[in-house]
Ligand binder design. Structure first.
Ligand code: SAH
Length: 350
């Protein structure tokens, strides 16, 4: 009994920022540099087993092992085998489940990460929206996803791109997102360049400004999805609170180092007409933008369809003719329901 209780009440080290760990370890009598060594083991070397940390004295390792819970949240199931996209199901401490996707690209890997269990935004076309909101993820639960996917890649030390395009709206969980981003970009932590991190948002205005202030190099993707405020509000109820006009004014409002990516889910017969493509081009006039067209990934029970390739190409060419940069993203992982907007936990056959 006593042992079980102790295990449950130990603080979880993955929730700690480097500075916080340093203060706690100093208070426990460790030298100033030990927190950095611990971060390097846990994140850079992806080892959560203090007994194996060779540059820390044995007594110190034993003490560390007793101070914290060191384990990332466990992976319950993996789908997708050796395919281009593999989906991971995680079990959280309170029984909630979340998903992350590992995508193999030509010259790097992309990790598609979740920021919430479920999502409160209820976008009409999105599977996560349909499952409703469970809760925000903690910073530890966010970095757990990165550690687990990195473990899959073994000795791979090439480029990693992290995209917050999994379950949830990252900017509705800004504090925990920011804490996770600090560990992700910390040189003694995961050491991933902020330029290789993209936060995708439906547009939570005040937190967008905060993100840009705190992490000026992190890339922003904005889910536009419709060329006018009325249709956007029908598809994305959040648009009633944070209006498209205000968001576009915000994007026009200041110069940035990198362009904003505008994501646009193409839904047959709803937002994919040539007239709507011209409207998008007008809307984005004057904003340094890159447009990612995402042909809709079907979700059971939803009335939306993916346009045929001809319609997708026509839409794209209208944007190109008007001088915009537009790329079509045929999502990987549709067989395993791990493509954009298909994460909903139920997709796993447990
Ligand atoms: N809440 C954030 C991040 C999660 S969604 C956001 O709204 O940006 C990531 C992207 O997937 C968004 O651009 C969203 O519009 C898109 N998406 C959602 N469902 C989709 C689907 N079924 N097919 C294709 N893209 C989808």
């Amino acid at each position: 009994m006593g042992l079980v209780k102790e295990a449950i009440t130990k603080p979880w080290v993955l929730e700690r920022q480097l500075g916080e760990l340093r203060s706690e370890l100093l208070a426990e009598g460790f030298r100033d540099y030990v927190a950095r060594q611990v971060f390097q083991w846990v994140y850079r070397k992806n080892s959560q087993e203090p007994s194996s940390w060779s540059n820390i004295a044995k007594a110190g390792r034993e003490k560390l092992a007793g101070l914290y819970d060191w384990s990332p949240r466990p992976v319950l199931q993996v789908q997708g085998g050796a395919r281009e996209a593999r989906k991971f199901l995680f079990l959280l401490g309170d029984g909630q489940k979340i998903e992350a996707v590992l995508i193999r690209e030509k010259d790097h890997y992309t990790f598609c990460l979740s920021s919430q269990a479920g999502c409160p935004l209820a976008c009409a076309f999105c599977a996560t929206g349909a499952m409703g909101f469970r809760r925000d993820l903690t910073a530890g639960e966010i970095v757990s996803q990165v550690l687990a996917l990195k473990k899959e890649l073994g000795e791979y030390s090439g480029r990693l791109n992290l995209v917050f395009m999994g379950m949830g709206e990252p900017l509705l969980n800004y504090n925990n997102l920011a804490r996770a981003l600090r560990v992700i970009t910390e040189p003694d932590g995961l050491n991933i360049s902020p330029r290789h991190v993209t936060v995708s948002t439906a547009g939570i205005l005040e937190n967008l400004a905060e993100l840009e202030r705190d992490f000026p190099q992190v890339k922003i993707a904005f889910s536009l999805n419709a060329p006018d405020p009325q249709l956007r509000a029908e598809l994305m109820p959040v648009s009633r609170k944070h209006s498209l006009d205000d968001l576009l004014a915000y994007f026009r409002g200041h110069k940035r180092r990198q362009r904003i990516t505008f994501e646009y889910v193409l839904l047959a017969g709803i937002n994919d007409s040539p007239a709507q493509a011209r409207q998008v081009a007008r809307l984005l006039h004057g904003i340094p933008a890159k447009i990612n067209l995402i042909p809709y990934n079907a979700n059971p029970g939803m009335p939306f369809k993916r346009p045929d390739e001809g319609a997708v190409e026509r839409f794209r060419s209208i944007l190109l003719e008007r001088g915009l940069t537009a790329v079509t993203r045929w999502s990987k992982g549709q067989e395993t329901r791990s493509a954009c907007g298909q994460l909903a936990v139920g997709g796993f056959s447990c």
